[in-house]
Design a protein around this ligand. Structure first.
Ligand SMILES: C[S@@+](CC[C@H](N)C(=O)[O-])C[C@H]1O[C@@H](n2cnc3c(N)ncnc32)[C@H](O)[C@@H]1O
Length: 338
């Protein structure tokens, strides 16, 4: 145990910000599991991480997402390691920026508690994003911050346990509680998240992944339930990749909500709404982790992987543009599906 702790401390660098430290711990933990599975054979370990990264590269292409990705093997520890290494920091930092630019958490310092629900929060990148924003912008908040991550437990349970330990070790803060909930939009016994107390519901790089299932009865029921049971005033923060179909679908889903970010202020992107054929604006933020000196992530793995394999597939994603829209629920919706 002491040996494990000191090895991990060697990974963590003084200049890293809190979320960087948490993610480093998490990655270290999952790497330990992968090495164990590879019987400490470094070549086999590296090859399996590379395979996972290549599969992910294919699965997350816009066309693949449109065709359906429910079979992605997120539960494979090598896939999890690949995900954490390649995507989680970009995802977390971009969510933090989206929260900032959309003003979703502004003017809440007088609340006694804030509940943020992250739908499709994966291994916890969204938790890191909310924490990143919280640490930077809400230092004076005296209430309780509850972050609830909803995603498939059969896929991500191993990461959730490690993330909780990492948060406690690096950011122990009595104001923060983080919990994890089993959620699957495609099944009728896991598609009704408990959102009654949610102030903000994030959907970060999530709607693209369930887009291909959008007409399935359980999925329709799920989003109707979410819209029905969220309290009036709750905010829905949708963000992710620039994928026309998903943007249109989400906009249609939140049709009865008030759109708080029309996107007419730059920076934004424009796209053609497929149903109305009108040109619409959507706000957009840009992240470049290379410019963010407080991260210092994973140099050891990076050197190793990128030296041996094609960087297009295995490289950590450091740069991205993220579109977003913030909606507010105004009143109760009138139709029920169950
Ligand atoms: C691209 S990942 C995004 C994860 C996280 N929000 C992030 O930005 O790193 C998409 C997430 O959607 C989740 N997802 C896919 N299908 C789902 C379903 N049927 N029900 C619930 N979550 C699902 C996956 O498990 C995965 O965590």
């Amino acid at each position: 145990m002491a040996e494990f702790e000191s090895k991990m401390q060697a990974w963590i660098k003084d200049e890293q910000c809190e979320v960087g430290r948490i993610l480093t711990r998490l990655l270290f933990d999952i790497q330990g599991k992968c090495l164990e599975e590879a019987r400490n054979d470094v070549n086999s370990f590296r090859e399996r991480v590379r395979n996972a990264l290549c599969k992910m590269h294919e699965a997350h292409g816009v066309l693949a997402l449109g065709q359906g990705v429910q079979k992605i093997t997120y539960q494979d520890p090598f896939y999890q390691l690949g995900y954490l290494y390649k995507l989680s920091m970009l995802s977390g930092r971009s969510l933090s920026k989206v929260i900032y630019y959309s003003r979703a958490m502004e003017n809440r310092t007088m609340q006694t508690s804030i509940t943020v629900v992250c739908l499709g929060g994966g291994p916890g990148s969204d938790v890191l994003g909310v924490l990143d924003y919280f640490v930077k912008c809400m230092a004076h908040f005296q209430g309780q911050l509850n972050i609830q991550l909803y995603d498939r437990r059969d896929k991500w349970a191993a990461c959730w346990g490690s993330l909780k330990t990492a948060i406690n070790a690096e950011l122990y803060d009595g104001r923060i509680s983080v919990s994890f909930h089993d959620f699957d939009v495609t099944t009728d016994d896991k598609n009704k998240p408990n959102l009654q107390n949610a102030d903000i519901i994030t959907m970060h790089y999530f709607m693209e992944e369930v887009y291909s299932e959008r007409n399935e009865p359980n999925v329709v029921e799920c989003f109707d339930y979410i819209l029905q049971t969220a309290k009036p005033g709750a905010l829905f923060l949708y963000s992710g990749m620039f994928m026309y179909g998903a943007i249109d679908w989400v906009h249609q889903l939140f049709n009865n909500c008030e759109l708080l970010t029309p996107g007419t202020e730059p920076p934004h992107r424009w796209y053609q709404n497929h149903r109305t054929t009108l040109t619409e604006w959507i706000p957009c933020i840009e992240v470049n982790l290379n410019h963010e000196r407080d991260l210092q992530l994973f140099d050891d793995i990076k050197g190793d992987l990128e030296r041996f394999y094609d960087p297009k597939e295995v490289a950590q994603r450091c740069h991205g543009k993220v579109i977003y829209r913030l909606y507010r629920k105004v009143n109760n919706h009138s139709h029920w599906y169950w």
